[in-house]
Design a protein around this ligand. Structure first.
Ligand SMILES: [Mg+2]
Length: 389
């Protein structure tokens, strides 16, 4: 109980600056430290702790851990949202394409590379088309939309906006509902965490299930789930598994992997990241007592193996929004590329968020948000015709 009190003070009140900084910085940390184990099948916790302990050793001089595509694309999302004080699909698509061409060696998947190359074409009129053409018109259900979804929760105070724009932002590269709904779920989790919802973990997971019931109830999502032979509402079904696992006193890493997955599909990684956060709300035997909640969450995510950088990045964003920047070790920040920028951008997003939540904001900002809504109706119109068929 004492811990809860300390945590609440450390994170500040709902949507405090500390929570914004915690979310954005911890996402980058998860990506950077997670790169070490990406694709590994079996990751003993002692190897994770050894890796993380090495970040404290200033004499080692191993230099900086570089961020991957997760952070590279999230930075584009942040810059676009800030520059337009809202969502602009053309601008965001352009930034993704430019970022890829200037720094292609960040570990992008081969599928998304095709989309990013097409997005760089000046002749392209519909920025959603390249993603729709993927995989014979079925679209991607990978976690590339979800890995960069956290900034949407930090830019829009209104939950409906968070869902709408996280979905549209993901659809620039992932047109299958099992891809973009993973982004919606991730943004929802960050939004709720930012507002202190993780103080009551059961209410948190129940709220996510309720929200996703609605999100996955649309025609395109139901059709995609049928085609891919998944449960009727796949993310809801996985969130029920998360709730079952969090109610158990002991859960092995193997059980978590077999129940939730650790792969590159959004369905096999976003609920997993959410579980990592919930599981690490309490101190765990396998983790050092000195670790903060953010540190526990990231360490645990790495021990699952598989798509470690993305799972740790998503879990880091949710955990950071709960515990705040005070829960992040300075030595980790120093070792990871892009954390300083993330911290500065978190402050700018915090200002934008609170301007919007006061209903004021600049005329430009309101105009840009309206533009985003118009874009949304365009996109929805075209999306209905394609989906993942
Ligand atoms: Mg990556």
């Amino acid at each position: 109980m004492a811990m809860t009190a300390v945590r609440a003070v450390a994170a500040g009140g709902p949507a405090s600056l500390s929570r914004f900084r915690g979310a954005l910085v911890s996402a980058v940390l998860g990506d950077c430290v997670g790169g070490e184990f990406e694709g590994a099948e079996d990751v003993p916790m002692e190897n994770v702790l050894q890796h993380l302990n090495s970040l404290d050793d200033e004499t080692k001089g191993t230099g900086i851990l570089e961020y991957s595509d997760d952070t590279a694309m999230a930075r584009c999302v942040v810059q676009s949202l800030l520059n337009h004080a809202g969502f602009d699909e053309q601008d965001m698509a352009r930034r993704f394409a430019k970022e890829y061409s200037s720094s292609p060696g960040r570990g992008y998947g081969s599928g998304v590379i095709q989309v990013l190359k097409k997005l760089s074409s000046p002749q392209l009129s519909d920025v959603y088309q390249p993603a729709r053409d993927q995989f014979n018109g079925r679209g991607s259900f990978g976690n590339g939309g979800a890995m960069r979804a956290a900034p949407f929760a930090l830019a829009f105070p209104d939950l409906a906006d968070v869902k709408r724009f996280a979905r549209l932002g993901a659809m620039l590269t992932h047109s299958c509902s099992l891809g973009y709904n993973g982004a919606v779920l991730q943004a929802l989790a960050v939004h709720l965490s930012l507002h202190g919802a993780l103080d009551l973990p059961h209410q948190f997971i129940n709220r996510l299930i309720t929200e996703m019931e609605e999100v996955e109830g649309d025609e395109a999502a139901l059709r995609d789930a049928r085609i891919l032979k998944e449960a009727e509402k796949p993310f809801c079904e996985r969130l029920h598994r998360v709730r079952d696992l969090m109610d158990r006193s002991k859960v092995s890493i193997e059980e978590v992997i077999s129940e939730l997955g650790n792969g590159i599909a959004a369905l096999h990684s976003v609920p997993t990241a959410i579980f990592c956060v919930l599981h690490c709300l309490q101190p765990r035997e396998c983790l050092p007592e000195s670790y903060s909640g953010v540190e526990r969450t990231i360490a645990y995510s790495l021990a699952l193996g598989g798509d470690t950088d993305t799972i740790a990045c998503m879990a880091g964003a949710i955990a950071g929004a709960h515990y705040g920047i005070e829960a992040v070790r300075q030595s980790w920040i120093n070792c990871c590329e892009g954390t300083k920028d993330a911290d500065i951008n978190a402050e700018r997003l915090h200002m934008l968020y609170h301007q919007s939540s006061q209903g004021g904001g600049s005329g430009t900002g309101e105009q840009s948000c309206e533009d985003g809504s118009k874009n949304k109706s365009n996109s929805n119109g075209t999306e209905k015709k394609t989906g993942a068929e």
